[in-house]
Design a protein around this ligand. Structure first.
Ligand code: CA
Length: 448
């Protein structure tokens, strides 16, 4: 009897104590961590490694150690749409988030958010027993019910609106907006520094298990405040959204430089914890730069469907797995990151995951030749191979067709010479719009 009792105790001890520990180590040894860092409104011509005007040695180092994409695109040309696509691996129109979720409670779009029929990248990773966290900007719903902790993230520190004062953490509607999970919470500090320090702490706390860490930075979105600038927004107050600095361009530079230092701290944390070789690090932007930043030689800026609105930097490092110093011309978008990360990690997505994004892990990891695919922006711009067709849209009454292989600046409208190509694209856009309309998640239009 006693022997049987001792045996039972040993079985309990082994299953309750040893197995979970063994399992955690097993997970860590096999599955890579993912660190996804995204800037806000950073343009194609802002970073030094893209030939830009701001020195960003730490982001450049990711490109030098890994692969740089010259034809990466944000799914949207503004914040919320790109984030919806990034989170779901699908066109943002399917989530009913085709435009920015507004800060103003008088605006119907204030009440929109990521609905619960959507499955997020954090939820897909969670099913694989990954730990997950988001530090920074959510912008997929103002209300508690839309909080990232309800969308697969174990931990959230940051803000739910489009931008906040970097010091007082007040949004542009004059509402305090700094959260720790589901609670509004005072925390002193420059938001770029806070985002970085929470990310570094998370890396140290989770170094022995697989994790998905999403770091959506505020920089260099307005208000234009450098790390030494004081707060200028107060709750319920009146203020200029863009800040008080007379030299806004210089503030913009400081903001990018400070974010770059933060990237360096995150890379150091991965090195100190000896998990750098088992971690995929991605740095990208959520849409093109405003007129204050630079989109290089590209036409247009944030909010437009020209390349300057959505062709943005993207670099990926996975030491020992991705050969250093590579470049790729693969046409790739925010919504491809979900399936590509699963491809890189050799993880299977559920069979019923109906993604629009495609697995480009072979182009990322093995520098395989680019594959041809079609991308659509806002239902009015469509790209396949070298060609980009633009339907008539706000500010542009005429259709246009550009050959991006020779004219990435979209300066020569070739539509009269290639009417048959335009006709194919016109039909493709009509089919795409019908598909989105049929599958679009309904969104609330008011408080109820
Ligand atoms: Ca943005």
């Amino acid at each position: 009897m006693k022997i049987r009792l001792y045996c039972s105790l040993w079985i309990v001890l082994i299953t309750q104590v040893c197995l979970p520990a063994c399992f955690v180590n097993y997970v860590n040894a096999i599955y890579p961590n993912v660190v996804l860092i995204m800037a806000d409104d950073l343009g194609y011509g802002d970073l030094s490694y893209y030939g830009g005007w701001i020195q960003t040695p730490h982001i450049d180092a990711i490109a030098k150690q890994g692969i740089l994409f010259t034809d990466y695109h944000s799914n949207g040309s503004s914040c919320s749409p790109t984030r919806a696509a990034l989170m779901t691996g699908r066109y943002q129109q399917r989530a009913g988030i085709s435009s920015v979720i507004a800060a103003d409670p008088e605006h119907p779009a204030h009440y929109r958010g990521l609905q619960f029929n959507e499955t997020t990248i954090a939820e897909y990773f969670k099913r694989q027993r990954y730990a997950s966290a988001i530090f920074g900007k959510w912008h997929l719903g103002y209300f508690r019910k839309y909080n990232p902790t309800h969308h697969g993230f174990d931990k959230f520190v940051g803000y739910v609106s489009g931008n906040i004062d970097f010091r007082s953490h007040v949004d542009q509607a004059g509402v305090f907006d700094w959260w720790h999970d589901l609670q509004l919470s005072e925390e002193e500090g420059y938001s770029t520094h806070l985002i970085t320090s929470h990310a570094v702490d998370f890396i140290h706390a989770n170094k022995r298990r697989a994790f998905f860490l999403y770091i959506p930075h505020e920089a260099p979105h307005y208000p234009y405040q450098g790390p030494s600038d004081p707060a200028h927004r107060i709750v319920g107050g009146e203020f200029n959204n863009r800040g008080t600095r007379p030299d806004q361009k210089e503030a913009y530079r400081e903001m990018v430089e400070e974010m770059d230092k933060g990237v360096g701290e995150i890379m150091s944390a991965l090195t100190e914890t000896s998990i750098i070789d088992n971690t995929i690090v991605i740095f990208c932007s959520d849409n093109g730069a405003t007129a204050l930043g630079s989109n290089g030689t590209l036409r247009g800026h944030k909010g437009t469907n020209f390349e300057g609105g959505h062709r943005v930097p993207c670099v990926v490092q996975w030491s020992g797995q991705i050969e250093a110093g590579k470049q790729s011309t693969q046409l790739i978008a925010s919504m491809d990151l979900l399936p590509s990360l699963f491809g890189l990690a050799s993880l299977e997505l559920p069979k019923d995951a109906r993604l629009d994004g495609i697995d480009l892990s072979k182009q990322i990891k093995n520098s395989e030749e680019p594959v041809e695919r079609t991308l659509v922006w806002n239902g009015v711009a469509i790209r396949r191979g070298r060609w980009k067709y633009m339907a008539p849209q706000k500010g542009f009454r005429d259709e246009s067709l550009y050959d991006l292989n020779v004219d990435s600046a979209e300066s020569k409208n070739l539509i009269e010479q290639y009417l048959s190509i335009a006709e194919v694209f016109r039909n493709d856009l009509a089919l795409w719009k019908n598909d989105m309309k049929e599958t679009e998640s309904p969104q609330p239009v008011g408080p109820k």
